[in-house]
Design a protein around this ligand. Structure first.
Ligand code: FCB
Length: 478
């Protein structure tokens, strides 16, 4: 494919700076792009089961074919390289590598991912690999899934095998993507696999996902001491809808059960009092000290969960105003009238605030924005082009916000746009298009959107010396 020449200089905020080795990337996840669900010895995952149940996804969509990346990965990597994108965050399908979630790895799965990761290297693309992006092997779900403690240990075992089989092919490894969504959207809200609506299951899943992170980190540390490890959390920016005491309390409550429930254990080694106040009824305790056998939080769990990582991954999409509700869970609303097809707001200051908060309150570790992006009703116009100026506007704002946080002293090392290409957006099916590259699902043609060229030009501008964070401030050299 011939790509158009670079356009005018992209205009990031004048205050945005980035280190010379900043990781400019795009992100995807296995079930959302691969397809090939019955090929190469892959076993079923909870997303195969869930998406095939009537009424679970828009239009009854599923990931059976998705972007057919399983067969088209070479062309996809060629396109990525052609767009000058140097870093790629991808995930491994647990049930492709270990079809039933226990026992030896599936050699065909290992071969696929070795080829893929070597394919990245061959094209000068640096992979950032996620071990778990929501696709639990169905066999483990049949034994109770994440609400069961043994699933965390299965994950630790899996991580150890992956470290041995693939750990030489990537430096950066993310253990778990968004335990918040895996636990709560999957077990409380019922809108994602495995589709339960039970808070006690969600809280148990949350703790075990965090434990799984810690166990996986320990396996990698032992087997691949040179790798850099972290967990990715989704962090929303929350503000009270008014100055009322009730709205402030609702905001703190929402923060405790959506953000802090995952940040505090990993970066402070204990669950926050506010989180325990909300979920103590389901067995959550601050540290597990003095727990009896069979209790949810066991002594030692928090030490495993909070073992030092090498970076913190942050996914950010939402900016919320929180208003006190009539029920125990507060109501919340989005800040702005909906500009995207998901109804999410375009408020880059929210990402700036999240980065500053995590750095100030939680960790001195380098941060990576491992996902950020927006969906619109993109279409191919009669000239064969996909014009998405609103996505460019969104990216310009959010990337500027990252660069401003860096100028403010926050150590952000990378930004991964969600997503490289349109893909299976979970319960929203193929209805929501997040890609920089448009996918025609009927023909599997890839058409870079205008935003892909804008991103390419932004990266090129930075490579050419624009928006550079200089190590020494001007005053130091004067
Ligand atoms: C995140 C998920 C990712 C994608 C984006 C839009 O929560 O990690 O897979 O669905 O949202």
């Amino acid at each position: 494919m011939t790509l158009p020449a670079a356009s005018a200089r992209p205009e990031l905020s004048a205050d945005a700076t980035f280190p010379a080795d900043f990781a400019w990337g795009v992100a995807t996840a296995a079930y959302q792009i691969e397809g090939g669900v019955t090929e190469g010895g892959r076993g079923p995952s909870i997303w195969d089961t869930f998406s095939h149940q009537p009424g679970t996804t828009i239009n009854g969509d599923n990931g059976d074919i998705a972007c057919d990346h399983y067969h088209r990965w070479e062309a996809d990597l060629d396109l990525m390289a052609g767009l000058g994108i140097p870093s790629y965050r991808l995930s491994l399908s647990w049930s492709r590598l270990q079809p039933t979630g226990s026992g030896p790895l599936n050699p065909e799965g290992v071969r696929f991912y070795r080829d893929l990761l070597q394919g990245c290297a061959a094209r000068g693309i640096t992979p950032y690999v996620t071990l778990y992006h929501w696709d639990l092997p169905q066999a483990l779900q049949d034994e109770g899934g994440w609400p069961e403690r043994r699933t965390a240990h299965r994950f630790g075992d899996y991580a150890g095998l992956v470290a041995d089989a693939l750990g030489d092919l990537a430096e950066h490894w993310i253990t778990i993507n968004e335990p918040m969504c895996a636990a709560f959207l999957g077990h409380s809200w019922g809108m994602q696999a495995p589709g339960f609506k039970d808070d006690s299951l969600a809280v148990r899943a949350a703790h075990h996902l965090l434990l799984a992170h810690g166990l996986a980190l320990a396996e990698f540390r032992t087997r691949r001491p040179g790798t850099k490890l972290g967990i990715t959390n989704i962090i929303g920016n929350l503000n009270p809808a008014s100055d009322s005491v009730a709205d402030h309390a609702a905001t703190e409550y929402w923060d405790a059960i959506s953000n802090r429930i995952f940040l505090d254990p990993v970066y402070r080694g204990r669950y926050a009092d506010a989180t325990v106040a909300a979920y103590g009824k389901y067995g959550l305790t601050a540290t597990g000290e003095g727990a009896a056998a069979g209790d949810l939080v066991q002594p030692g769990d928090l030490a495993i969960i909070s073992a030092p990582g090498d970076f913190a991954g942050i996914n950010h999409y939402t900016n919320m105003l929180v208003a006190a509700g009539t029920e125990s869970t507060p109501n919340w609303t989005h800040v702005e009238p909906a500009p995207s097809s998901f109804g999410w707001s375009n408020t880059p200051d929210a990402l700036h605030a999240v980065l500053k908060r995590v750095a100030a309150e939680y960790t001195p570790l380098p941060l990576y924005v491992t996902e950020n992006g927006v969906t619109f009703h993109d279409y191919v116009d009669p000239n064969g082009e996909v014009r998405d100026p609103r996505r460019i506007d969104y990216l310009r704002g959010y990337i500027s916000a990252v660069g401003e946080a860096i100028s403010d002293g926050v150590d952000v090392r990378g930004y991964f746009a969600w997503s490289f290409m349109d893909n299976f957006e979970w319960a929203e099916g193929y209805d929501k298009r997040f890609g920089l590259v448009y996918v025609d699902y009927g023909t599997q043609a890839r058409i870079p959107k205008q935003s892909a060229y804008w991103y390419r030009d932004t990266i090129a501008a930075h490579n050419a010396g624009l928006y550079r964070r200089t190590a020494a401030p001007a005053s130091a050299t004067a």
